[in-house]
Design a protein around this ligand. Structure first.
Ligand code: BV8
Length: 235
């Protein structure tokens, strides 16, 4: 472990589960009672913008009721103490990583606390509802603000920066993700192909489990703090 310098960490809904944030597909395959096609696609938004805005307004409002957990805190500690390169790539749209103090972080699927103006293309920090069609603070146009979220069929954010980090990585770690959604689900193969050691920490083996050198099964709130202790001690 001592020859590790550059680390890339991919997180998914599982890291926020112990904070009370619902993971993706419930037992009914629905996402909080909605078909993914209806609430997380540009076509769904075109069909019924009020439904989609309500869906994201509710998730944004719920952020006030949840707190970062021990796994978020452990990654924030690693971020502050790790001397080598580190990049936390999250698929999550919640703000729990940054509220725990993580800095070297990017949201590849967007953020609930950001709005995107379809009139002037501005992306703005946003706390409140969008359902009422508020005016854009930058260009003043009404009702053109949409959630700054990457929906299915849309290009994830900062793909080049992620690919560069994957190619430089000595260690790729995946936490709390089912490996069901691409391009994120393919990162383990890219990292491994570029020579990285690969580790997953998850409640159950992910769909890409065979591509990991090591799999630790359990709850992120227990596994991640232990792993961070190990890495910092070994380096
Ligand atoms: C794109 C924002 C074009 C919305 C999201 C290749 C093959 C097949 C399909 C495709 C492909 N390439 C592209 C596609 C299409 C599609 C896709 O992957 N479809 C899937 C369903 C097959 N991908 C896209 O459309 C992507 N865009 O391809 O653009 C393109 C791309 C590149 C280059 C050119 C063109 C965009 C996808 C992004 C969609 N937006 N989120 C929102 O959040 O509101 S995806 C969303 O779902 C999340 O962000 C995340 O990515 C995914 C959910 O997965 P997880 O986070 O893993 O959550 P899940 O619930 O599934 O699993 C939780 C895991 O945690 C479980 O394993 C569980 O066991 C574990 N767990 C639970 N509790 C704990 C725990 N682990 C530890 N501790 C615990 N306590």
């Amino acid at each position: 472990m001592s020859d590790i310098r550059n680390i890339v960490i991919l997180t998914g809904a599982g890291i926020s589960a112990e904070s009370g944030v619902a993971t993706f597909r419930g037992p009914d395959g629905l996402w909080e009672g909605h078909r993914v096609e209806d609430v997380a696609t540009p076509e769904g938004f075109a069909r019924d913008p009020a439904l989609v805005q309500r869906f994201y307004d509710a998730r944004r409002a719920r952020l006030h009721e949840v707190q970062p957990n021990a796994a978020h805190a452990a990654l924030a500690r690693l971020d502050s103490e790790w001397k080598g390169d580190l990049l936390i790539v999250t698929q999550n749209v919640d703000d729990l990583h940054e509220r725990a103090g993580a800095k070297r972080l990017l949201h590849m699927h967007g953020e609930l606390k950001s709005a995107w103006c379809r009139a002037c293309d501005a992306r703005l920090p946003w706390e409140d509802d969008l359902g009422s069609g508020p005016a854009c603070p930058d260009c003043g146009v009404d009702g053109k603000l949409r959630p700054d979220i990457v929906w299915f069929g849309e290009m994830p954010y900062e793909m080049e920066r992620i690919d560069r980090a994957l190619m430089e990585a000595d260690l790729f770690v995946s936490i709390g993700t089912s490996g069901a959604v691409y391009p994120a689900a393919g990162y383990v193969q890219t990292a491994r192909y570029c020579g990285a050691r690969t580790l997953e920490m998850n409640l159950e083996p992910s769909q890409g489990s065979i591509f990991f050198h090591e799999t630790r099964l359990g709850r992120a709130g227990e596994l991640v703090p232990d792993w961070v202790e190990e890495v910092l001690e070994a380096n």
